[in-house]
Design a protein around this ligand. Structure first.
Ligand code: GAP
Length: 457
């Protein structure tokens, strides 16, 4: 964690922008907040949905070999016996005898409290799963857990999916959903929280092909972040040491991102071998094998698991997009979010509140919002409105002025370059569709002009 991000973003700036503009709020803020839980506001929920949708498209909808699933958060308690979480999903914990703060042993290396220097208790294991009771009686027999990973919902449905889809190896089952961990140490905004979302793919393969598929998925997943705008230099791959490997993993690579606090895990890709299917078969008494039609043998597939955090991805996309530029005495803050991820794709801005301008602007707004998430804004100066859209990452603004009433043309302004073109309203939707899909900026339509927005350096 020694290396520092060279960009202009700090966690303080990002947290402040997220709260100020309605991306992310502390949970239950009016009661003083609840530690390490976060609520996504109007823009945050759009961004988060877009991240999940982009993952789902790439992993499920654009592939023949992966299907989706949405399993329950609460599962049969035997699941966690079989998976090993009840015995193994624990951190060694020490408590300060003076201030009673609790620490993971790797955080309190010199055997004194990192906060007050007090003496620490002997370490004891602390299970990270949240416990609750099902039904009206709070007794040991009715204890259930909130899932600490979505993966187990996939393993217990392996036969259901196999029987109903007739998929052949290799194939995958993908799921996006909430996971809960009673983390001892949290922090760094949404990086580590107690309630978060995961995007997990369990990819079932013939054991002898596991290494090949492992390498394939590491590269696929790295490329996915890059395709959505993350700078390659801000990503690295790190192999887990033997001591670090989770109890189920034979091999694991982390895709790390250079967050403002340093390099940290964004996603893990693990070779889980046949651990999970064997464990669930043993504990449930059901057969979880696959009939290899060539050899007529029943085999237990190996599992390659790319497991990504939705919230960590959101944080990485925000950090990577954040930028500041001089703008007269002020600073232009902007998010270079990829258009696929940007919460608002287009802002519609009438130059004034004059009735006929507003009417035309509202017509354009109504038309565009049938295709995209669009915002209408007619308050304050046009310069201020552009800056407000820059700060939330809106890739395009459409400005309607008095000339528009006469020539049926509007100004289209691009966030990153501040370039503007004037084009017929009839061309607007087609042009936006092409640009939002990543076509080169501002190939001029016939009769169009291009110019640069005046920058106040
Ligand atoms: N099924 C494998 C698994 O759960 P993990 O490395 O423990 O593996 C996978 O978690 C991903 O889930 C992490 O790479 C991270 O992105 C996300 N994640 C894990 N714990 C988290 C937490 N407390 N807060 C936010 N995201 C978390």
């Amino acid at each position: 964690m020694a290396e520092q991000a060279p960009s202009k973003v700090t966690m303080e700036k990002l947290v402040s922008l997220c709260q100020r503009r309605g991306f992310i709020f502390p949970s239950s803020e009016i009661y003083g907040g609840l530690s390490s839980l976060w609520d996504y506001g109007p823009l945050g929920v759009e961004l988060k949905q877009n991240v999940k949708q982009a993952w789902w498209r790439a992993i499920v909808q654009e592939r023949d070999d992966v299907v989706g699933l949405d399993a329950s958060i609460m599962m049969h308690p035997q699941t966690w016996v079989a998976s090993g979480h009840l015995q193994q999903f624990a951190d060694p914990l020490v408590e300060c005898k003076r201030c009673h703060l609790r620490w993971r042993t790797d955080e309190a290396t010199d055997n004194s409290c990192p906060s007050c220097g007090g003496e620490l208790t002997e370490p004891h294991l602390f299970n990270l799963m949240f416990k609750t009771f099902m039904g009206p009686v709070e007794e040991e027999a009715s204890v259930i857990y909130l899932r600490p990973e979505t993966a187990q919902g996939i393993f217990v449905n392996f036969q259901n999916v196999l029987n109903t889809t007739r998929k052949r190896l290799p194939f995958g089952i993908a799921q996006i959903g909430k996971a809960f961990r009673n983390e001892i140490t949290t922090g760094n905004f949404i990086f580590r929280s107690r309630e978060f979302e995961q995007m997990e793919l369990e990819y079932f393969v013939k054991p002898e092909t596991a290494d090949e598929w492992f390498d394939y998925w590491v590269e696929e997943r790295r490329k996915w972040y890059v395709s959505l705008g993350i700078k390659e230099n801000n990503l690295r791959l790190r192999e887990h040491t033997k001591e670090e490997l989770a109890h189920y993993a034979r091999k694991c690579y982390d895709i790390d991102y250079l967050f403002p606090m340093g390099w940290a895990e964004l996603e893990g890709i693990a070779n889980r071998g046949d651990f999970d299917l064997r464990q669930h078969a043993q504990h449930s008494g059901k057969s979880l094998t696959y009939l290899d039609e060539e050899t007529k043998e029943h085999i237990v597939p190996y599992i390659i698991e790319p497991s990504a955090g939705v919230d960590r991805s959101v944080l990485a996309f925000l950090c990577d997009a954040y930028d500041e530029e001089p703008d007269k005495e002020e600073i232009r803050v902007l998010l270079h979010l990829h258009p696929t991820l940007a919460p608002i794709k287009v802002a519609v801005l009438p130059l004034s509140k004059r009735e006929n301008l507003v009417q035309l602007a509202k017509e354009i707004y109504a038309d565009l919002r049938r295709s995209w998430m669009v915002q209408y804004d007619d308050t304050q100066s046009i310069g201020r409105r552009y800056r407000r859209q820059d700060e939330i990452g809106t890739p395009f603004c459409v400005t309607i002025d008095f000339q528009s009433l006469e020539d049926n043309q509007v100004t289209l302004r691009e966030r990153d370059t501040m370039n503007q073109i004037r084009l017929p309203i009839a061309e607007l939707k087609k042009t936006l569709a092409a640009k939002l899909a990543g076509e080169p900026l501002f190939v001029l339509p016939p009769g169009g002009q291009i110019w640069k927005e005046e920058r106040k350096e």
